[in-house]
Design a protein around this ligand. Structure first.
Ligand SMILES: Cc1cc2nc3c(=O)[nH]c(=O)nc-3n(C[C@H](O)[C@H](O)[C@H](O)COP(=O)(O)OP(=O)(O)OC[C@H]3O[C@@H](n4cnc5c(N)ncnc54)[C@H](O)[C@@H]3O)c2cc1C
Length: 290
């Protein structure tokens, strides 16, 4: 059987998608595409090749029903360059395989993340892990201060290396804003999990922009799977048991019965539901498949 390729993904190979001020995401290679997912799934169901329409229906069926293993047959390898504090969040996704630049072996480059003024926002009042919508008054001065600290720390690093100190100890004082690089390989099922968490509005902006660049690559590799991901995962809203009871009461014309923080969270979910931009509904997205 011929190797399954995607022209859109081939066009992206080796292209640096610029992210933040000095970072990038580059699709190095991929294995498999939508065709591989349906081939793998049909092995489990014992049926052969079908039409494009049936393939699309099958992919939607698989994701809608959490039959995720066929998506693991597709592998993507990325070369990424990101600030260390972004890498610290990223590395929590344990199902990937990675190789990172070594600060013991190499001289770390003089490359630090400097936020743009529009990202110099205040602390969020309702989410201890987030920033608010409001830019702080003296963000420009703070940026200058960050850049000055970076220059000074890097100069001391250079001095220590020049003075004969081992690179592995000289790098210890370099800050989290320093850029690092890695090769990162993951299967499509686990990539979708990463993208779902890291493209979400609750994820930090600086990792969200990397996730969005990788989503562009995933979409190019497996467009039908990406469409199903948007339909059944990104566009879905998960309700707790109490929230389902509240919804049922509202559908019967009553009040939700929730109050306080529970009501606030429920209302956020309802607002999200209302803001969903639905895809043109098709039979393939909803219908069961054979
Ligand atoms: C908005 C946000 C805020 C966060 N804040 C914090 C924080 O404050 N502090 C903090 O420590 N973390 C934080 N995290 C990280 C979070 O707790 C998860 O570690 C991270 O999102 C990775 O998720 P995962 O475990 O599903 O991913 P993966 O590690 O990729 O795992 C994917 C799936 O494989 C399973 N799996 C992976 N490895 C194993 C294994 N060895 N054995 C069995 N099953 C395995 C997982 O259970 C999961 O179902 C945050 C994440 C987000 C998105």
């Amino acid at each position: 059987m011929a190797r399954s390729t995607s022209p859109e993904a081939d066009a992206l190979l080796d292209q640096e998608i610029k992210v933040l001020d000095k970072g990038f995401v580059r699709l190095v290679d991929y294995l498999g595409n939508d065709e591989r997912i349906v081939q793998a799934a049909r092995v489990s169901y014992g049926s052969g090749t079908k039409s494009f329409r049936q393939d699309r229906a099958l992919i939607h069926y698989l994701l809608r029903n959490d039959h995720t293993s066929p998506f693991e047959q597709v592998i993507l390898t990325f070369h990424c360059k990101m600030p260390i504090f972004v890498a610290r969040q990223w590395v929590r996704h344990r199902t990937a395989r990675l190789n990172e630049i070594s600060g013991r072996y190499s001289i770390m480059k003089d490359e630090f993340y400097v936020p743009s003024v529009d990202q110099m926002r205040g602390q969020s009042e309702d989410n201890k892990q987030a920033r608010s919508e409001d830019v702080v008054a003296d963000g420009g001065r703070m940026i200058d201060q960050m850049a000055e600290d970076q220059r000074q720390l890097y100069k001391h690093y250079q001095d220590m290396v020049a003075g004969g100190l081992a690179r592995e100890i000289a790098r210890a004082n370099l800050p989290l804003s320093l850029y690092t690089e890695w090769y990162w390989q993951i299967d499509l099922h686990n990539l979708m999990r990463f993208l779902h968490l890291r493209m979400d509005s609750h994820a930090q902006y600086e990792i969200r922009v990397f996730a969005e660049a990788m989503a562009q690559c995933a979409k190019a590799v497996a467009p039908m799977a990406y469409e199903a991901f948007e339909e059944h995962i990104v566009g879905a809203v998960r309700f707790s048991r109490a929230e389902c009871a509240a919804l049922a009461q509202m559908l019967s014309g009553g009040e939700s019965g929730l109050d306080g923080r529970a009501l606030a969270i429920f209302e956020q979910k309802l607002a999200r539901m209302k803001s969903v931009n639905p895809a043109e509904p098709t039979d393939e997205m909803a219908a069961p498949t054979d």
